[in-house]
Design a protein around this ligand. Structure first.
Ligand code: PLP
Ligand code: ZN
Length: 402
């Protein structure tokens, strides 16, 4: 049994209501499970494949989910980058290995399943790219039409290709992500469509399983720190909530220090933490090459401030060149291909080590959020083009300087 609860005033709402924010005070909602009616055994979990649905007792879907077998992503030990930074236990959870190439799939398998469970006839979102790619795929899988709004000219090529091919109605908004989100909220309210941005509390339920999987992959150990790139701040808030539930249900001990990394040109959460502000002040003109986190007014501001403050975590910004340097290092030193926003988490760890702000004995898990192939244009512009030669061995040897 579960219901929806306002995180600010505590007002409760039935689980079958279509509602995204509190009617009484306007604040965010979260899903609350009743510990008296939910019984979970770690053995039952272990008997199922590592995936979002391993943890179904702590998910809101009752029937068969709309699934593409999301989750179960690899947790890689970063041996060489860890050695450079002096951190023995540094890991990357590669969320680019999900069906559509980002962690958004964890949210969409639950979100689209809930759309059907609630009897909705269509789904919609605004997106910096990955949300639209994922919603389009899960909409197709669930047989429900999807509409996605993108900021014109600011979405990586691979993501648009996915949204188009999976058959979403794709609309380019002449404006930024924050404006697109405002419009799509209006559209959903006026036309009865189901909103699947991260303001939707059910979507975040799927994403919290990143943390569950990390604990299982570390043999039941909660890492000292989890580091995530922050845009709308849904993902870091979701992982924090999941960790609180593991404690509440007696499934694991300890709480990671939740650490959020933003791009320097788009860092309102970092500023709020640094200046100890009670709220996040939106950044009007967010700018960064990491388009997935090019967000000035994070929807989950209230949740992320709690997550970072209550766990003794940190927030830092990294420059575009620090992000691109780490994208290259992950690719070349570890064989891990991620898109720019994803590299921000590990770039943030490099910065925190340089500042002496973290203890290098910690076990640190960085979430790398999306796949290298999402944004081929940024990659091509960073690398030398392939060398051409004639189809002879002599020409090849010359080209290779051998
Ligand atoms: C969506 C996304 C993010 C940001 O996640 P939030 O929940 O909005 O903070 C980071 N990286 C990638 C690749 C994403 O697609
Ligand atoms: Zn409220």
């Amino acid at each position: 049994m579960f219901d929806l609860r306002c995180i600010s005033c505590g007002a409760g709402y039935q689980s079958d209501e279509v509602i995204y924010t509190c009617r009484r005070c306007g604040h965010l909602l979260e899903v609350r499970y009743d510990p008296d009616t939910i019984h979970i055994s770690r053995d039952a979990w272990k008997s199922r494949p590592l995936s979002v649905w391993r943890y179904r007792e702590l998910l809101p879907v009752s029937g068969d989910p709309v699934t593409l077998q999301e989750g179960g992503t690899p947790l890689y030990h970063l041996k060489r980058i860890g050695a450079e930074l002096g951190i023995k236990n540094l890991y990357a959870k590669h969320e680019g290995m999900n069906p559509s190439g980002s962690f958004k799939d964890r949210g969409m398998t639950v979100g689209v399943s809930m759309a059907l469970q609630l009897g909705m006839k269509s789904v919609a979102c605004a997106s910096t790219g990955n949300t639209s790619a994922s919603l389009a795929a899960y909409g197709a899988r669930g047989g429900i039409p999807s509409i996605v709004l993108l900021p014109a000219g600011k979405v990586a090529l691979g993501k648009i290709a996915q949204a188009l091919m999976h058959g979403a109605r794709v609309i380019s908004i002449r404006g930024n992500f924050d404006q697109a989100l405002e419009i799509v909220r209006d559209l959903c309210e006026k036309k009865g469509m189901y909103l699947l941005n991260s303001v939707n509390p059910y979507r975040l339920e799927g994403q919290k399983t990143i943390g569950f999987e990390v604990v299982d992959q570390l043999g039941g150990v909660v890492p000292d720190r989890m580091v995530l790139p922050v845009g709308n701040a849904g993902n870091i808030s979701a992982v924090h909530k999941g960790m609180l539930e593991l404690q509440e249900f007696g499934l694991a001990d300890g709480m990671p220090m939740m650490t959020g990394i933003q791009a320097a040109g788009s860092a309102p959460v970092v500023r709020a933490i640094r200046e100890n502000l009670p709220v996040v002040i939106p950044e009007k003109n967010p700018e960064t090459i990491a388009t997935a986190i090019r967000i000035g007014a994070p929807v989950n501001a209230e949740k992320v401030l709690r997550a970072i403050r209550e766990t003794g975590g940190l927030a830092r910004s990294v420059t575009d060149s620090e992000i691109l340097a780490m994208q290259r290092d992950l690719a070349r030193m570890e064989g891990i291909g991620v898109e720019p926003a994803s590299a921000a988490s590990v770039a943030g760890v490099r910065k925190l080590v340089d500042e002496g702000a973290i203890d290098t004995d910690e076990t640190i898990v960085c979430v790398v959020t999306g796949h290298l192939l999402k944004d081929p244009e940024t990659v091509i512009s960073q690398c030398d083009p392939p060398e051409e030669c004639d189809a002879t061995i002599e020409s090849l040897l010359q080209a290779l300087h051998l």
